[in-house]
Design a binder for this molecule. Structure first.
Ligand code: ZN
Ligand code: ZN
Length: 389
């Protein structure tokens, strides 16, 4: 993919989305001086009941229904809500600010719609054919309107690849059947997952092999096919994670940047069931070290698409970007789209059971840098594709 530079446009609107919202103690029901509520906007109406009913543990280890220990990859410890006592383990798998329909009902947590907040921003959707953002919230409509798109009115954002029909219809059906033959673990925000990769502690920056023994043989051809994608040259999968979004659970994923200490530049997703949309908003660094973004400076020179300057980034202020994720497609986020924006999947964009498989590579530190030896055992296991018999 060609490298492109963002360009400033005249009359950029100021963002209307407030990063934080303040509420009084009475409104929020929280007995705490820290009244900051995150952008994710969970207000706990009945925190006391929540902490009474739910088991409180000081660890981020969750005992799942099948008795297996899983450690959540996305650390919640940076969330203000964590310190407000929401660090409870709920039976559904949610922690901190993460919620699903189940815990929202059981613990009377009111979650304001992210969609409603985002829709106050100026919406642009990625047109697969233009390889440009075009005005509009509805990604399907924007693809349909391609004939009328004017190149010079489109907005470029380096770091997005959407490759349709990466899998055939038959392959998609087989892949979902093969994944469903393997056990699913509950995750947060109504998701389930199947994680194949090392154990990672983003906060302590600790990597452990854990029980990682390679990947399911039934999925091997997908990784092999990455070799045909020029953007994925040299991509070595070190984590493969199936993710299920079930609409009846209100499944979603809150805005985040994938960890930058261990996960490399290219964040790869293969969709094998259901269409969805990825929603991006510009990320302003508020907390040093959040997402381990501070480490990006040490490998910035090696990025496939250079980061945007502050002036270029200003073009995206007040905008929300929508990227279609059609079933059977390959999606890659890299460069600016990966590091300078948070991405999310809105509950409203999960209309049918959606399953995708996410792939991660190492950061340069673990490939050819100071931590290369720590990466070796993981690379070794990554060569294995196991079969169940
Ligand atoms: Zn929940
Ligand atoms: Zn177009």
């Amino acid at each position: 993919m060609a490298k492109r530079r963002g360009r400033p446009t005249a009359g950029t609107k100021k963002p209307t989305l407030q990063p934080t919202q303040r509420r009084t103690k009475q409104e929020s029901g929280l007995q705490c001086t820290n009244q900051k509520v995150t952008q994710h906007n969970v207000h706990v109406k009945n925190l006391r009941e929540l902490t009474k009913n739910a088991e409180i543990r000081n660890t981020d280890t969750l005992i799942t229904n099948n008795g297996k220990n899983i450690v959540e990859e996305d650390s919640d410890e940076d969330d203000p809500m964590w310190t407000l006592g929401m660090n409870t383990i709920r039976p559904c798998g949610c922690k901190g600010v993460r919620t699903c329909l189940s815990c929202e009902q059981n613990f009377q947590i009111a979650k304001t719609s992210l969609k409603e907040q985002f829709q106050q921003l100026e919406a642009w959707s990625y047109c697969i054919q233009c390889d440009l953002l075009q005005p509009g919230w509805d990604t399907n409509q924007v693809q349909k309107d391609h004939e009328n798109h004017k190149k010079d009115e489109g907005l470029p954002l380096p770091g997005i690849l959407v490759q349709e029909e990466f899998l055939s219809v038959d392959e998609g059906a087989q892949l979902i059947a093969d994944l469903d033959d393997l056990p699913w673990d509950i995750s947060q925000s109504g998701r389930r997952k199947q994680n194949f990769g090392p154990k990672t502690n983003f906060k302590k920056r600790k990597l452990r092999l854990g029980s990682f023994a390679g990947f399911p043989r039934t999925t091997e051809y997908v990784q092999r096919r990455f070799e045909d994608v020029p953007l994925l040259r040299g991509f070595q999968t070190i984590e493969q994670c199936s993710l299920e979004y079930e609409p009846s659970k209100g499944a979603s994923i809150d805005p985040h940047v994938d960890d930058c200490w261990i996960w490399g530049e290219r964040v790869v997703t293969v969709n094998c069931l259901g269409d969805s949309v990825l929603t991006l908003t510009p990320y302003e660094v508020q907390q040093q070290g959040k997402y381990n973004l501070d480490l990006v400076a040490s490998y910035e020179d090696e990025l496939l698409a250079p980061l945007l300057t502050d002036d270029q980034l200003a073009t995206f202020e007040g905008k929300v970007l929508r990227i279609p994720m059609p079933n059977l497609s390959l999606i890659v986020l890299y460069g600016p789209a990966r590091y300078q924006f948070e991405h999310s999947v809105l509950r409203e964009d999960v209309q049918e059971r959606r399953v995708c498989v996410a792939y991660r590579e190492f950061t340069p530190m673990y490939i050819n840098g100071a931590d290369i030896q720590k990466g070796d055992p993981v690379r070794e296991k990554s060569q294995i594709f196991w079969q169940i018999n």
